[in-house]
Design a protein around this ligand. Structure first.
Ligand code: AMP
Ligand code: FE
Ligand code: FE
Ligand code: ZN
Length: 310
């Protein structure tokens, strides 16, 4: 089957920091006229089963994915110094087997880093005079294991400290703000290998967004990552302006990488990221699915099952 139509390959549900349940997300994708949507929660596949059921119900194509918290360690001149602590990079992983033990362990370590960061952030907030407890965060986070700053932001909104998630990031939680606490992320090279070994397809999310740019992930670095198994770049994303998109598209062409596009939808949690605001070309999704089949076969797995019509 050949994919066709409107394709959005990066969205979040309440399984991480989106504001819709997986079912609501998939229903909203169908209502928005999408033909294919990928669910790519941060560091967790917990939303997959509900999304699969909902996709079958509404007759939309569903690609199961993850957005894994990674860190790009710049190579050092002297390897004995060990890898440098590099900038955060989000890695989209399409159709991996999340029960593959090395991948499951990597995800569990990231989730534990998220879990242990919450009290540290709350401590900072209390030192700034904001009274907030773990229970306040739990009340808005629901049963997600991938607790993040957006949940703490939602708790601050609920407590009346700020009006919006954005204001919470601007005043307290964003990079360089007083309640921003770092957390563990997996090494990008390592996690690319784990995703391939798990039968999945690794694609860098918004490579030049969130403070990263060509100085950090330029053509040379991306070539090295492609040699390590990186399969694609998310070019069409709201964090990229037209110049960045053109430059990234040229790099992808030179390295023969898949080009994807997405909304990075978070429900009501991120304004300007409506479903389908950026999309992926059908032939690029075809390449991705072919590669997923090859990676599955190479690792002794069945070809990944895809839900819905293409
Ligand atoms: P964390 O996963 O805890 O490191 O938080 C990062 C997440 O916060 C990202 O995945 C975004 O969804 C969200 N985020 C980052 N900056 C903002 C912002 N300014 N406003 C709202 N959400 C944000
Ligand atoms: Fe997010
Ligand atoms: Fe991201
Ligand atoms: Zn995302």
């Amino acid at each position: 089957m050949t994919p066709a139509g409107v394709i959005d390959l990066h969205t979040h549900s309440r399984a991480s920091d989106g504001t819709q349940s997986p079912r609501e997300l998939v229903q909203a994708a169908a209502a928005a006229g999408l033909d294919v949507v990928a669910i790519t929660d941060h560091d967790s596949a917990a939303g997959w089963p509900e999304a699969v059921t909902a996709a079958a119900e509404v007759g939309i194509g569903l690609v199961r994915g993850l957005e894994i918290s990674a860190r790009y360690a710049r190579p050092r001149d002297d390897p004995s110094e060990g890898p440098a602590r590099g900038p955060g990079v989000h890695l989209l992983a399409y159709l991996p087997d999340p029960t593959y033990p090395p991948l499951a362990q990597a995800l569990e370590r990231i989730i534990e880093g998220r879990r242990s960061r919450v009290p540290a952030v709350l401590e900072r907030l209390r030192s700034l005079g904001v009274e907030i407890s773990v229970d306040d965060v739990r009340a808005v986070a629901g049963d997600t294991v991938a607790t993040g700053r957006p949940h703490i932001a939602d708790a601050l909104v609920r407590l009346g400290v700020v009006e919006t998630r954005d204001e919470a990031f601007a005043r307290f939680l964003g990079a360089g703000r007083p309640a921003c606490v770092d957390r563990y992320a997996a090494d990008l090279h390592d996690v690319i290998g784990l995703v391939v070994d798990a039968g999945g397809v690794p694609v860098i999310a918004h490579p030049w967004g969130r403070g990263n740019d060509l100085a950090i992930l330029g053509a040379e670095q991306l070539a090295a990552l492609a040699a390590a198994g990186l399969a694609g770049l998310e070019v069409d994303h709201e964090d990229h302006d037209a110049t960045a998109r053109a430059a990234l598209r040229a790099i992808a062409r030179d390295l023969d990488l898949i080009v994807t596009g997405s909304s990075d939808h978070h429900g009501l949690g991120k304004v300007g990221h409506e479903l389908g605001c950026n999309t992926t070309a059908a032939e690029e999704l075809s390449r991705l699915l072919t590669l997923a089949g090859q990676h599955a076969a190479a690792s002794g797995r069945d070809a990944p099952r895809l839900v819905g019509r293409w």
